[in-house]
Ligand binder design. Sequence first.
Ligand code: CUA
Length: 679
Amino acid sequence: MTPRTRSLVIGTLSAIAAGGLLYACRSTGPKPGLVTGDVASKVYVAPGQHDEYYAFLSGGFNGQVGVYGLPSGRLLKFLPVFSQNPENGWGYTEETKPMLMTSHGFVPWDDSHHPELSQSNGTPDGRWLFINGNNTPRIARIDLTTFETDEIIEIPNAGGGHASPFTTPDGKYVVSATRFSVPTGPNRDVPISTYAQNFKGNLSFVAANEPGKMRIAFQILMPGYNYDLGHAGKGPSDGWFFFTSYNSEQAYEKLEQNASKADKDYIAAVNYRNAEACVTSGKAKQTPARYAHNHVDPTSRVARHTMETSVTTLDPRDCPNTVFYLPTPKSPHGVDVDPTGQYIVAGGKLATVIPVHSFDKLQAAITAKKFDKEIDGIPVLNYESIVAGEVQNPGLGPLHTEFDGKGNAYTSMFISSEVVKWKLGTWEVLDRIPVYYSVGHIMIPGGDSKAPFGKYLVAMNKITKDRYLPTGPELAQSAQLIDISGDKMKMLLDFPTIGEPHYAQALPATLIKDKQVKFHQLAKSTHPHVVKAELETGISRQGKTVHVKMAAIRSHFAPDNIEGVQVGDTVLFHVTNIEQDWDILHGFAILGAENAELILQPGETRTFKWVPKTAQVYPFYCTDFCSALHQEMSGYVRVSPAGSNVPLVANISKKAATQAARAGVTVAQPAAAGAGEAR
Ligand code: CUA
């Protein structure tokens, strides 16, 4: 530790004593971490070359996921999950709106925190990415063949879904633990001062191994603490799940001080196979709960929203030997299990050591009943009986730990702004590297799995200060890439991120890049308004609703002239991109629409709802630069006053009109002068 960081440490220690956290930002003096020598070549990916890893960084308060290549740090895609995205119409189109439905109605935003890759046999398998909504508790599943969100389940009896959506090594469950305890069964109108009596925590286990069928297998009702993070056991600890909790003080006001009084809080260790057995043997209760389950039908690509009405809840008192509390200093944040599954590492954000629990000792202590007390039927194990070791003087504000698969652990230090490398088993600090600044999560590709790819570490920093060109009061969010392949960590790269990434996951690109869907097969589409050829386009009126079935193909829309729409009508443009070629997208936008554009992937149908307010002519056009004649890809809709006798016409082909008439769809022939020649 340099004299300068030591003085910062002392300064911040007194800040902790005062009950607050300060950011330790080295914003003056010479810039440490300047790259030299061959560092640039280690992150350089030449034009035309691909990155070695896909990295998925949560967008934090933008509710989305950023996909980056490593080692370059290049942004590859911005993937909407819980938030509407005008860039591609996610959450604006009729097909995708149902994805954002919740028990609170349409919630077009969330705070996305922890991406989690699906696992098989304890390692990332490249099928899906899960991510949590921290605000209105939800878990989303993203298909890594399309890079699209195709399922979201809401978590009932929860007030914030922070400890989520960490997976079991077999991929059977992802979990969600409530950040804020709330009145449960159901949440209701009670005085906040009845916190201790009425507020409960809960740990949800969500079955997640079948697309479209995510389901809350069971919830475990817990004392009313704040549950923060979690990780599954593996190897010897397979079948267990570990969740940090703080606020065992059960404070409900001024948590900054009142939730930081106790010397130790708890990690909840859950034997979830025991819990499963208790559920199977009828020891759980079915309780009323309202929560949404939304998913995209794979052949129509239309999302469906359903509301569930009950959930299975388990009280630890009814299922002994299932939940235990591990005392852990002090307001622990992260809980991470090493690749062997033997060590459970806590990040006591206000602690001066990193405590590591031993799974073997934990088992022995349970057998020997080394319990200090019991809380609501949950035995509290004796700290000295379960602790494997403590990393001494690691730095200040330990939060999260990841592993390199070579016997080393890496812990982020929020207050002293550094990443500390230490050795599992001996607990000695081996190396430390400053990061800029105030690091939250760190990520090693596969670093929470049983076989980490221990080459790089990404630090996700909360404060940027002087690392980029300034951009007004709000600066770029920041990540840093660190080489961990040698004995000493080496800073390789700063790269700015969009949103505030909380956590990230990464895996070798080879696991997913060859499985990409190149286009959606038109022939297999079951969208109710798909057109598979221009001949199938048409226009029809049902009362005040006008349906336009439209095709988009380089470089025109069919139809591209529409008349007979009236003020007071709702127009639904069902636009199908009938291209069957990779990366040939079209867009659709119309003058004055109170909505976002459509972006149409090849073979996809999307519906644009439009309610024109004045009688006039409205141009529409393609927004995605698709061809040399992209600028010609446009059309007009004529809107007449309500009650007008302008016939409903569209310049669809005569053949299409005939077919539509045979199918019983009302289609006016394009007869009026100026309505356009039939093609
Ligand atoms: Cu189609 Cu631009």
